[in-house]
Design a protein around this ligand. Structure first.
Ligand SMILES: [Zn+2]
Ligand SMILES: [Zn+2]
Length: 541
């Protein structure tokens, strides 16, 4: 078994443990182990066989035993048992239709049904309302949801990194391509789709329904199926004829408005050929939101990035040391990395005082000695206090190579006050970049009221850049804001805000979001060489 497969099985086990009201800590431990396995550089099955799997972070004896069982027998017996007991297909379908997992299981027990098809039959026979807790209103809602499947959408979007894991995993298993919202790198993905090519679709459709990620199929046509995950996320599979694969991929990728404006699409085996046949220049998927027929600019690419300007270490809430983070950045081919740990006002986690900042400088100097010519920059993620002052004295900030200013507490301040607070901070000549400007957490916290246009003006005047934070749940600024910033002449920084070496990988999310905002390399500060970062914003702007 390969690592992704092992990880998927552990994730499935975690989902079932959650459904079965197991200790939530156990389920989380399995999820973390799955993540570790996905990221492991070598085959975990080998580590299991040689008895060394517990060297991996977060894998204890309980999880080791499950992994051994999985590697030796291809199954986890308790997983199979939980699957029988909890009917994940019913749970997946129920969640997709808007029922809680618990309610779905109860419904299954009350009606004596176990599968999605049986649920449909029960609905068609008018039996749903005989189940306890299902009144006429809920029944009507379920019937409507069952009938309304033309464009299957989840109740809330999936974070981009999770969506890639899910859709990318299915695409890889079927030898197809990820499509839908992930292919456009939307920050929150609702339309999850995979496009495959096969002359005869039957085999592919059958394989799709048997994938571990898919617990039930809610729709089935000759060349298309919609399956749901145990979490109720619908995933569409399109099996195109090989000579029309490019056409199908384009239809399943662009926004509805973008595709409609290009119809009728000619049949072609790949997307490039579709554009050629339309006599249009190639348009990267992440720009296919609004109708557009022109020549896109040369957008920033991951390979343009020379360094990461926002990451944490064990000095605040990071998991790795300065040297470990720096080695991780160097291994990615960067020239520099700014260490930006928190300051005390952040509250929830440890923050660095002026004294700490000076002590950290010694560790950074030692890392630079080891890793030269790679350069570790002395940075800080300095809290902006409620009155707009910064959380460290100016003389401390002046010692540093790179200062990020961040609002953490008080995201709900009214527009005028919050904007004034941020403006005040940006006027501090030491500040080089405003972190996660809109302060959102996707699905958890809405964007703050900050007046971005006003902030752009001040940022431009002060030559401060705005961050595009690559953590999957802020992804802040988002693409539309990046576009506005660039129009205003403001530069952005693609950062990861990494709290671990692995977190540095989120640069891809940041860069792709910048591309959604039509950013080109000169508009992204960290495409510049170390020298111009050190020279200050004068040269950069
Ligand atoms: Zn922050
Ligand atoms: Zn941070």
């Amino acid at each position: 078994m390969e690592n992704p497969e092992l990880a998927d099985r552990l994730d499935a086990f975690a989902s079932l443990l959650e459904l079965g009201d197991a200790n939530p800590y156990t389920a989380r431990a399995y999820r973390r182990a799955a993540e570790t396995i996905r990221a492991a550089p070598s085959p975990v099955a080998d580590l299991v066989r040689s008895g060394r799997v517990r060297d991996l972070r977060g894998i204890g004896s309980g999880i080791e035993a499950r992994l051994r069982e999985l590697v030796e027998t291809g199954e986890i017996a308790e997983l199979a048992e939980l699957e029988r007991e909890l009917a994940p297909d019913l749970v997946g379908l129920g969640r997709y239709l808007g029922l809680s997992a618990k309610r779905s299981v109860e419904l299954g027990r009350a009606l004596g049904i176990r599968t999605a098809d049986e649920l449909r039959e029960a609905a068609a026979a008018g039996r749903l309302r005989t189940a306890p807790g299902i009144g006429p209103k809920t029944e009507a809602r379920l019937l409507e949801a069952l009938a309304h499947e033309a464009e299957p959408r989840p109740r809330r979007g999936l974070l981009l990194n999770r969506a890639w894991e899910l859709v990318g995993g299915i695409a890889a298993a079927l030898g197809g391509e990820a499509a839908g919202d992930v292919r456009r790198w939307r920050d929150s993905c609702e339309l999850l789709a995979v496009v495959c090519a096969a002359p005869d679709p039957r085999h592919m459709l059958a394989r799709f329904t048997e994938l571990p990620q898919i617990v039930a199929v809610v729709e089935h046509d000759e060349r298309r199926a919609v399956g749901v995950t145990v979490d109720g996320m619908p995933v569409e599979l399109v099996v195109a004829e090989p000579q029309r694969f490019g056409t199908a991929l384009m239809r399943a990728t662009g926004s509805r408005a973008y595709v409609a404006a290009l119809e009728p699409l000619p049949g072609a085996p790949d997307a490039q050929a579709v554009y050629r046949a339309l006599d249009l220049p190639w348009c990267p998927p992440e720009l296919r939101e609004e109708p557009f027929r022109g020549e896109p600019p040369a957008l920033v690419e991951a390979t343009d990035i020379r360094g990461d300007l926002h990451c944490h270490t064990t000095w605040s809430d990071g998991k790795a040391s300065v040297e470990e983070m720096a080695r991780g950045a160097r291994a990615r081919g960067y020239d520099y990395l700014a260490i930006c740990d928190h300051t005390p006002a952040v509250g929830a986690v440890r923050g660095l005082t002026a004294e700490d900042v000076r002590r950290q400088a010694e560790e950074i100097a030692a890392a630079n000695e080891l890793l030269s010519p790679f350069r570790v920059l002395r940075g800080i993620e300095c809290d902006i206090l409620p009155d707009g002052r910064l959380d460290l004295p100016d003389d401390t900030l002046a010692e540093l190579d790179w200062v990020q200013a961040s609002v953490h507490g008080g995201q709900r301040m009214p527009r005028r006050e919050l904007t004034k607070r941020v403006e005040e901070a940006l006027r501090n000549p030491q500040v080089r970049c405003l972190s996660h400007p809109k302060g959102r957490l996707i699905n958890r916290r809405p964007e703050n009221a900050l007046d971005l246009q006003r902030v752009f003006e001040v940022a431009l005047a002060q030559r401060v850049a705005l961050e595009l934070n690559g953590l999957p749940n802020p992804l802040d600024l988002r693409g539309e804001h990046v576009r506005d910033a660039i129009r205003a002449g403001v530069q952005i920084v693609c950062s990861t805000d990494a709290h671990s070496v692995r977190g540095l990988e989120n640069m891809m999310l940041s860069v792709m979001t910048a591309r959604r905002g039509w950013a080109t390399p000169p508009q992204v500060v960290n495409t510049q060489a170390l020298r111009s970062i050190l020279d200050g914003p004068g040269a950069a702007y």
